[in-house]
Design a protein around this ligand. Sequence first.
Ligand SMILES: NC(=O)C1=CN([C@@H]2O[C@H](COP(=O)(O)OP(=O)(O)OC[C@H]3O[C@@H](n4cnc5c(N)ncnc54)[C@H](OP(=O)(O)O)[C@@H]3O)[C@@H](O)[C@H]2O)C=CC1
Ligand SMILES: Nc1nc(=O)c2c([nH]1)NC[C@@H]1CN(c3ccc(C(=O)N[C@@H](CCC(=O)O)C(=O)O)cc3)C=[N+]21
Length: 298
Amino acid sequence: MTAKIIDGKARAAKIRETVKSAVAALKATHGFEPGLAVVLVGEDPASQVYVSSKVRQTEECGMRSIEHRLPADTPEAELLALVRSLNEDPSIDGILVQMPLPAHIDSDAVVLAIDPAKDVDGLHPENAGRIVLGKSGLVPCTPQGCVILTKDALGDDLSGMNAVVLGRSILVGKPVALLLQNENCTVTMAHSRTRDIPALCRQADILVAAVGRPEMVRGDWVKPGAAVIDVGINRVAAPEKGEGKTKLVGDVAYMEAAEVAGAITPVPGGVGPMTIACLLANTVRAACRIREIEEPAL
Ligand SMILES: NC(=O)C1=CN([C@@H]2O[C@H](COP(=O)(O)OP(=O)(O)OC[C@H]3O[C@@H](n4cnc5c(N)ncnc54)[C@H](OP(=O)(O)O)[C@@H]3O)[C@@H](O)[C@H]2O)C=CC1
Ligand SMILES: Nc1nc(=O)c2c([nH]1)NC[C@@H]1CN(c3ccc(C(=O)N[C@@H](CCC(=O)O)C(=O)O)cc3)C=[N+]21
């Protein structure tokens, strides 16, 4: 079997078109443009790339984008003060603080300081709690993207399917597992202490890999016909491209898994672009909820 490739890049472009139309309609009927603030502390090169694409895509959708780049040694108090000023700023509807933060900053304290109504990353305990309760809040972007791509592959009704989620981080693994449970999947969460992960994975109709281990999931871990959602973004050496060259690989050994799976997301071009598209959609949702106006279907 050769898997259908789930084109996250194309799906993300479609979401951005919908967001763009929704933003134009809000401007015409309510006279405002949603605004997103992205905060980056330090000079991590990968983070700089993501932040630049977030800014560009926000503007392409007709929204306002504000970027704050702070030096790596910024005191926690200063970052907290910035977050509070963004909370108060009526031109800002969404706040994203890029993770990870430098070690001297307590990231829990920073997330807690974000107004939950503007928490477009869905990381504030209030939004995290809403997912646990199965209530609608602001849903974290990468997990939202994973569910959309899964439904594209398997159809809207995921009831009764076995899902295995590798990884239990606050940003990805845990919320993905909860969202799939809210879709009536039977969900198993695996992590670094889980026994016999390959056998567990072979039970999965939906296999989500979010561990940050390059190509950890092998072809013989995949149930024939399964949907494989590869969240991992790992930069590894690529000597075949020349000395000192690198490439991006996922947490799944793509070529092997694609021989067995029914559908699979590539890296790059899978979950990554969906994350940013969902961030833009969340910013529009936040802007509408803050103003108590009807939300467009996104
Ligand atoms: N596409 C996108 O938009 C995004 C991609 N990413 C990528 O997704 C990956 C995961 O990110 P993130 O969740 O933030 O990572 P974290 O490092 O925060 O979490 C990794 C999780 O994987 C588990 N884990 C690590 N090694 C193993 C192993 N050998 N066997 C089983 N479980 C293991 C850890 O277990 P334990 O809890 O026991 O330590 C942990 O729960 C990374 O490659 C990251 O770059 C992240 C965010 C967005
Ligand atoms: N508060 C917070 N929220 C996040 O959502 C968050 C974060 N911090 N920290 C870092 C991770 C990582 N992340 C990605 C976003 C887009 C791509 C993406 O667009 N990737 C492209 C290619 C990227 C490239 O070529 O380098 C792709 O997979 O096709 C990847 C990864 C969001 N994260």
